[in-house]
Design a protein around this ligand. Sequence first.
Ligand code: ADP
Ligand code: ADP
Ligand code: MG
Length: 455
Amino acid sequence: MFSKILIANRGEIAVRIIRACKEMGITTVAVYSVADNEALHVSLADESVCIGGAPVGESYLNMQAILSAALLTGCEAIHPGYGLLSENAKFAGLCAENGLVFIGPSAEVIEKMGNKDAAKRLMRSLGVPVVPGSEGIVATLEEAQENAKRIGYPLLIKASAGGGGRGIRKVSGPEELEQAFLGASLEAQKAFGDGSVYMEKFFSPVRHVEMQLMCDAYGNVVCLGERECSIQRKNQKLLEESPSPAVDDACRDEMTRIATLAAKGVNYVSLGTIEFLLTTEGDFYFMEMNTRLQVEHPVTEMVTGIDLVKWQIRIAAGIPLDFSQQDIQISGHAIECRINAEDPANHFMPSCGKISLLHIPGGPWVRFDTALYQGYTIPPFYDSMIGKLIVHARTREEAIRKMQAALCELVIGGIEQNRELQIEILSDPQFRRGEYATDYLTHQSFGGLLNDGIE
Ligand code: ADP
Ligand code: ADP
Ligand code: MG
């Protein structure tokens, strides 16, 4: 096992990883930007290194600074968390070149799956059903028009290098195609440094259901059940649950079979997630693979009793899984609510400032993953997700009630946040029946709590 790990991230996920390391007896090194002097992950780690300026390009995406920090402090491995460098093949390769273990899959596998259209082609060749759309990249307007004829409207234009809900454009009819195609390519070039786009049939209503994978270096592949992630705003997840109210045992078995096929087909090693679109008819299609730890991993931990972060570290250290697919029992129901510093009534505008008051709910099977503390000032430079409230109960109904009680108890003073919106969702009869799809929030106003600007 490693004796010292550098955590190349910030916020709640850095704290989560530091906790796992402490329990495993691993010394931790935090890195931070000049804006994160007072951040919790810095004080919780055994050592810390300032790696640069506030913008992520100068610090959390500064590969040379992070690698130097790891080498100078004598680390053997780097955990990238999610976002930032977690799906950066170049960084994973540089770690290897410098004798550092990247806690995640190999640079080759990240590269293969990171390009979303190429990943779809690869999956299709393995026999995985994929979201219908263009055969790879669409390079010209003529190609876009030909594809549109075949796919039909509405359709989506997606950036091959996209992520985090960005780089996706809906096209309702032929009159919108030219502008959308050119705009999407330009935007993708600006945002991701790669203007390649591809096209997909737009499903609606549809659910986002994903399968958690855990694969060791010896060919053992285990699926840890699905997560329902259809409650979204701007194509980004807001509330997740496991199991999915839309997945029965037969569907879960089939998803497990397909996800296992996909993982084995690319010799996947580490944690990973296969994202599917699940239609109302019960068919599901591969959308993309996330080759990293996922924000919503705690709901899977709750229903399986398995610590995903610890296993991700063990796998990177070459330790084989000590359980197999038959050992996995999905027990009860878990829900996660993302707490974002943003204003739902004002187009989810990010909010920052000083946390004047903080009360974190407690009680049995209530977990709050956060890097907040009272008196902390949220800097304006980073992601708006400031915490995740997770609950576990025997049934979905009990879990909803537990989450409502916990949300009512949660107090975060001094900033705008989305607690009220989460409470509204949990009280909504349609949500309680489990009858919702990715367009759920576009049909809600919750008595004016949501403005009309939601896409
Ligand atoms: P998950 O399914 O784990 O929520 P996301 O795609 O939402 O995956 O990404 C996880 C986190 O990574 C997000 O909360 C966001 O902070 C960050 N992230 C991912 N991709 C990007 C990106 N292209 N630009 C900025 N942040 C991103
Ligand atoms: P990202 O890489 O940003 O996570 P995804 O390709 O995973 O992008 O898509 C993000 C979200 O956009 C999905 O969870 C879903 O809500 C929506 N979406 C993506 N593709 C489709 C599609 N073909 N039809 C309908 N909705 C889609
Ligand atoms: Mg996705």
